[in-house]
Ligand binder design. Sequence first.
Ligand code: TXA
Ligand code: MG
Length: 305
Amino acid sequence: MSGKNVTEVRLADLAGIAEAARILESGGLVAVPTETVYGLAARADSADAVAKIYAAKGRPDFNPLIVHVAGLAQAERYAQVLPEARALAQANWPGPLTMVLPRRADAGLATAVSAGLPTIALRAPAHPVMQALLERLDFPLAAPSANRSGFISPTTPAHVLASLDGRIAMVLDGGACPAGVESTIVAVRADGSVEELRPGPLQLGTRGGGESIEAPGQLASHYAPGKPVRLNAAAAAADEFLIGFGAVEGDITLSASGNLDEAASRLYAALHEAATAPQPRIAVAPVPDEGVGRAINDRLRRAAA
Ligand code: TXA
Ligand code: MG
C-alpha cells in the first residue's frame, strides 16, 4: 500500500466544482463528467499538467488529446475556425462533436496536447458540470477518456476508479454520463471538406475514410475488457457472459426494446460488468449498424480485436 495516493470522489455541487477548479489551476488531474464519458482533465496550457495525463493513463505520446472549450469564441484562440467549422459549431455546440482544425501558431497551449501535430481537436461539451467548470477557468481543459490507455471507457465514477484509483487527485461525481459513447470526431480540411474520423452520438451524414489511423487513438485494439469478445452472437456458449440487445436476451441487455440511444448509454457499463463476471468469455448480440449503432459497433469491434 505504501506510496499509494488517495483519489477523492466529490459530488459535483458548487463546493465540489470549486475544489476541482483549485486542483486544475494548480496543475493537477481531475476526472470530470461529460455528456459522453468521464474525461481526465488537466489545464491544456501547461506542459507539466498535460504530461501528467499521459503518465496517469499510460497513454502513448503520439496519441493527441481533445481540448475542451467553453464555446466558439474560445475555440478561435487556438484554431483556425473555417466557415464550415463555424457552421458545424453553431449547429452542434455545446455537444458531442469534436472538430480537428488547423492549430494556430500562437495557440499558447502545451505542444504535447496535440502530440506535435499541426492540428488540434476541440470540443465544447454540453454537460452542465463541465460547462460550469470551463466558465470559471481561464484556460481550456485537455481531457481524454478517464481510463488507463486501451481499457474500457468510464461512464460512472466507479468506472473511473476501476482503472485510475490512486493515480489522480479527484473524481467529480456528476452521475452517469447520458450519451455513453465518445464524441463524434470530424476533421475540417482547409478546402472546407469534412471527414468523419470517429463515429459517435452525433450523425452528420459524412462517412469516414474507413480505418484511417489519422485519429491516432483509433488503434485496432481498445476498450479491452481483458477477455475474449465474440460479436454478433445469437446465444451464449456455456462459458460466455452474453450482452443482449433487442430479441437476444442475454445475462444483461443493452436495450430490451432495441433502442440504440439506450444501448449506447449502457454500452460501457455492460462491458465493465462483463469484465468482472465469472465467465471467462464475453459474447455480444448483433446491434444494427445505423445511427449511434455505428459508434457502438466501432467500439465493440475494437473491444474484440
Ligand atoms: O467524448 C469524448 O470525446 C471524450 C470526452 C472526455 O470529451 N474524450 C475522448 O478522448 O474520447 P480520447 O482521448 O479518448 O479520444 C480522443 C481522440 C483520439 O482518437 C485521438 O487520436 C483523437 O481524438 N485526436 C485528438 N487530437 C487529434 C488531432 N489533432 N488529429 C486527429 N485526431 C486527434
Ligand atoms: Mg479514450
